[in-house]
Write a protein that binds this ligand. Structure first.
Ligand SMILES: [Zn+2]
Length: 264
């Protein structure tokens, strides 16, 4: 008995001094970094650029509630038969969004990028993730004639990250940052967010500013408050005209009565 007790105590003792381990699990992206997409696998060369690219997209949609895109990333040495291709995105057939015509992928997406791009792999991943997270019905809020229904913006701005041909240095437009969901983005223009539209970070270039005044719902269209204000003013004017008209009518009646009385 004494030996058994000693053994139990020894086990407890060794357990207490055992190293504490942390195991991997699903990436938990907090409310300050919306789960637009997450990386579920990557190889050695693609790990840093693909995680940075996913974080960039998530940072513009801190309150995104749509389907989480699960990214599998791989660096490849070439695309046989496709000498000009530098990156590709492919969605699992089972994860294609339904109905077709909306967002392209609603689940796992496989991204490949040409390893020879080096540091440029980040830009290519930003582009390829864009294919997975942008709804094909998205348009540019400032210019509704600009559409991404063909996977790339038309008309296309030179060097814009979601153009069909990626040139360096590339930049991300406000309309690209907003495109996954116009209601959950913090990407802003000065007219959308006057006085509170700030650069996304020290030293950041080629990235849209973020509105520090939008805690949850950014404006979904260009000028909804103005439209509401216009209708409010029209209603006030109509009410004033009606009341003024009634007032005039009553006053006139009184005037006529007084005049009539006077004449009488
Ligand atoms: Zn593309």
């Amino acid at each position: 008995m004494a030996i058994a007790t000693l053994l139990v105590r020894a086990n407890v003792s060794s357990f207490l001094f055992a190293p504490v381990s942390m195991t991997t699990g699903p990436l938990d992206i907090g409310p300050a970094n919306g789960p637009l997409a997450t990386v579920i696998s990557s190889d050695a060369l693609s790990a840093i650029p693909v995680n940075a690219a996913v974080s960039l997209w998530n940072s513009y949609h801190p309150f995104y509630k749509g389907p989480l895109i699960r990214v599998k990333a791989t660096a490849v040495s070439s695309y046989p038969g496709l000498p000009d291709v530098i990156g590709q995105a492919s969605c699992n057939t089972a994860d294609l969004c339904s109905p077709p015509g909306g967002q392209w992928c609603c689940g796992t997406v496989a991204l490949t990028v040409l390893a020879s791009r080096g540091v440029g792999m980040f830009d290519v991943f930003v582009h390829e993730i864009g294919h997975a997270v942008i709804d094909l019905s998205a348009t540019d809020r400032q210019n509704p004639a600009r559409s991404i229904s063909t996977m790339h913006w038309v008309p296309e701005e030179h060097r814009e990250i979601m153009g069909a041909t990626l040139e360096f240095p590339a930049f991300m437009s406000v309309y690209t940052a907003r495109a996954p969901d116009q209601t959950t983005t913090v990407a802003c223009t000065e007219s959308d967010c006057p006085g509170e539209c700030r650069p996304p970070g020290a030293g950041a270039s080629g990235l849209p500013p973020k509105c520090t005044a939008w805690e949850y719902h950014p404006p979904a269209s260009t000028h909804p408050p103005d439209d509401g204000l216009v209708w409010y003013i029209i209603a006030i004017i109509l009410l004033w005209v009606i009341l003024f008209g009634i007032g005039c009518y009553i006053t006139r009646r009184r005037d006529y009565s007084a005049l009539n009385n006077y004449e009488i």
